[in-house]
Write a protein that binds this ligand. Sequence first.
Ligand code: HEM
Length: 248
Amino acid sequence: MPDYKSYPVWDAGTRWFHWVNFICVVGLSFIGLIILNGDFFQPATQTKINLKVVHVWIGYVFALNLLWRMVWAFFGNRHARWRAILPGGRGYFAAVRSYIGSFIKGSPEFYIGHNPVGKIAILLLMLALIVQAVTGLVLAGTDVFYPPLGGYFADWIAADGVTPADILPYAPELYNEAAYQSMRAFRKPFITVHLYNFYVLSGLIFLHVFAVVMSEIKGEGDIISAMFSGRKISEQQPKDQVREKTNE
Ligand code: HEM
């Protein structure tokens, strides 16, 4: 009979981040795809504005949650910290080689926290999420004049005699045409990055889910339920932590 042990891994702060992030990314992708395919859906102007506003509100929750995770990486348990997330450090490449070798042989080494290859995926995911949040916050300003930069863009494009606070989306009569065109030129790289990074993020999420499911099938601890329960159960000796193992 294998000797199964239970190990604490994802603390409450990390689990909350993960599931709030998941819900936001699904919601943002869904609405983003409708905005992107405006030619197909042909929404009325007011519907278009409403979709962007809802996207931005979910975006605020998403961005704050991401910020929270970056702060939590200084205070959370040892598996939540930067040191446990970021690839690198002494012996890292040897650990990657050893992990890949064990995975190919069909019995992956057991890590309580992220395995060495998983760390690369997590770093790329975090970077893609950060890029999406930063470009999204700029677009919130240029498209619907929402904070944090909406006031600045409204100031930029307001026609003579129009108070910037009265600027509305899709209301060209309130804009100075030349200033509006230069603001749109400024916006262009942000929408391009927001769109292409959405594709990159979608690919990374697909790989992330695929890797998690493969690891689960190969018996590398119950890594899916661990993101609900906070614990991993395995009969293998963990590579990343020996002292904390418990039998509870
Ligand atoms: C994982 C996070 C996100 C995803 C997957 C996502 C996805 C998308 C997609 C696919 C589009 C359509 C792009 C296009 O029309 O070319 C879009 C547009 C937009 N996004 Fe996001 N977004 C995210 C985060 C955010 C955040 C955090 C904000 C702001 C708080 C934001 C604000 C906007 C705005 C204002 C637009 C409209 C741009 C336009 O007029 O086309 N997004 N987003």
